[in-house]
Design a protein around this ligand. Structure first.
Ligand code: ADP
Ligand code: MG
Ligand code: ZN
Length: 489
């Protein structure tokens, strides 16, 4: 009988805290600045320079802890993690070790198998290292950009509760949602502000004791996390099934070779000689500050999705799409509230919500990426509401609204101005419609005759002519009037 194996996975995630300045100095954290322009004696690690913790970074780290159900340690400690590498000029990284800021949290994930609670061991604060730019110098020289050194991070250490690559991906996505929607992290995987290490082991099904794990380093995409873990599980199973043994090591995912490769074994692992940082006093979060941070934690993104489904008529799919980024969520909420207000009770809340949801998904997200829906987007949420209100009161129809929207985005103008300037308002006055209908019919005696002779399709010809002459009219109204006129004789 062949042994069946089960995977055991635990993720360590690094998220950049969304602050303007670094963890222990006032240097900017802006992405993409020219190399070595956001640096100072503190983040360069010059002797004698003293670190001062960034209050906003600590508040965000506490907020992350609260949002993930952790217990906040009100007196935690910074520690030095010692190692030598060219991107770490101090010779140590300031992190937390035995007394981390947050502990014992959890995150609920949903996969095809249902919902499951995953434990979070701890969330601690630390600083990022600099960036080695290999081959950036003369010949094969490596240059170092210290702009990144000292960037505030949290490390979220997850319990080994995950059992498949699918669960690991779901966990990572759910975690990113929570951090993005609490304003802790911008969720930008490409810029490296959210990245993860995955620890993977296997054990025979039914065995309680964990197997030996491998750590997959620095994975920065959801797709790769899944592929790397799937590959690693298969590799370990093949190895163990053929009588081999998994050795504890650090591996990396090669996206070009589509496999994990060994970086270093446990024997080569460093002893970091952690000790409390003598330059930094205990990190104290007093009751008043903790209470202040607690009230600043926004509605959980999962609750928000559920509320939209309950109150705003959205499907689970709509709610998911509209929460793919906090900016689009804000935009949607503002636009639907605005439309509901503009129509003052004429349209129920769920109908207004559904209209806005459809329009944003079909039109707005076609012309702008979700993260681009910020203040620079030329069409505000209020303007979307104004546009949809024009459709609702039948000033324009849905098709014209799409064209007006394109114009709004291109010019930044208000919808009613565009409609007025381009003469797009539909004629709602039935006597004006009737006059045009009669004129058109009178001008085309041949077509009228063939209609009378039984060619019903000619009606379409008349509708086209009338709509063109009216430059936009309520089609149902035009149809009614035309039928009446044609029936007259
Ligand atoms: P380290 O400090 O060496 O990274 P930790 O004990 O802090 O080690 O564990 C780090 C991560 O590894 C955690 O996310 C944990 O869930 C996971 N982990 C621990 N043991 C195993 C195992 N046997 N298989 C898979 N993951 C594991
Ligand atoms: Mg680790
Ligand atoms: Zn600095």
């Amino acid at each position: 009988m062949t042994t069946r194996y089960e995977a055991v996975i635990g993720l360590e995630v690094h998220g950049q805290l969304h602050t303007k300045t670094k963890m222990f100095c006032g240097c900017s954290t802006a992405y993409g600045l020219p190399p070595n322009t956001a640096i100072c004696p503190v983040c360069l690690g010059l002797p004698g320079a003293l670190p001062v913790p960034n209050r906003q970074a600590i508040a965000l780290a506490v907020r992350a802890g609260l949002a993930l159900g952790c217990t906040v340690r009100q007196s935690s400690r910074f520690a030095r993690k010692n190692y030598y590498y060219p991107d770490l000029s101090k010779g140590y990284q300031i992190s937390q070790f035995d007394l981390p800021l947050n502990e014992k949290g959890h995150l609920d994930i949903t996969t095809s198998a249902g919902t499951k609670r995953v434990g979070i061991t701890r969330i601690h604060v630390e600083e990022d290292a600099a960036k080695n730019l290999h081959g950036a110098g003369a010949g094969t020289d490596t240059l170092v950009d210290f702009n990144r050194a000292g960037t505030p991070l949290i490390e979220i250490v997850g319990e080994p509760d995950l059992r498949s690559a699918e669960e690991a991906e779901a966990y990572l996505r759910a975690l990113r949602d929570v951090l993005m929607f609490t304003g802790v992290n911008d969720g930008n995987l490409e810029e490296g502000s959210f990245r993860c290490d995955a620890n993977v082991s296997i054990r025979p099904v039914g065995q309680e004791k964990f197997g030996t794990r491998c750590e997959l380093k620095n994975i920065n995409s959801f797709k790769f996390v899944r592929k790397a873990i799937e590959f690693e599980i298969a590799r370990q199973e093949a190895l163990v099934s053929s009588g081999g043994k998994v050795v504890q090591e650090t591996r990396t995912w090669s996206s070009t070779q589509e496999k994990t490769l060994s970086l270093r074994s446990k024997e080569e692992a460093q002893d970091y000689r952690y000790f409390a940082d003598p330059d930094l006093p205990p990190l104290v979060v007093d009751d008043a500050w903790l209470a202040e941070i607690r009230v600043s934690v926004p509605e959980p993104v999962v609750a928000r999705r559920e509320r939209w489904q309950r109150e705003l008529g959205l499907t689970a799919y709509d709610a998911q799409v509209l929460t793919s980024h906090p900016r689009i969520a804000e935009y949607f909420e503002a636009a639907s509230a605005s439309l509901e207000r503009a129509l003052g009770g004429k349209l129920s809340r769920d109908k207004a919500g559904k209209r806005v949801a459809n329009f944003i998904q079909a039109e707005a997200l076609r012309v702008v990426s979700t993260s681009g829906l910020d203040a620079s987007f030329p069409c505000s949420a209020e303007r979307i509401a104004e546009l949809l209100a024009l459709v609702e009161d039948e000033t324009i129809n849905g098709k014209i609204a799409k064209d007006v929207f394109v114009d709004m985005v291109a010019t930044g103008k208000a919808p009613k101005d565009i409609v007025a300037q381009k003469g797009l308002a539909q004629v709602k006055d039935s006597s004006a419609i009737e006059q045009t209908v009669r004129d058109v019919v009178a001008k085309h005696p041949k077509e009228l005759a063939s209609f009378k002779a039984g060619k019903a399709a000619v009606k379409g010809f008349f509708v086209g002519q009338i709509m063109r002459a009216l430059k936009g009219a309520n089609p149902a109204l035009v149809n009614d009037v035309l039928e009446r006129v044609l029936a007259e004789g």
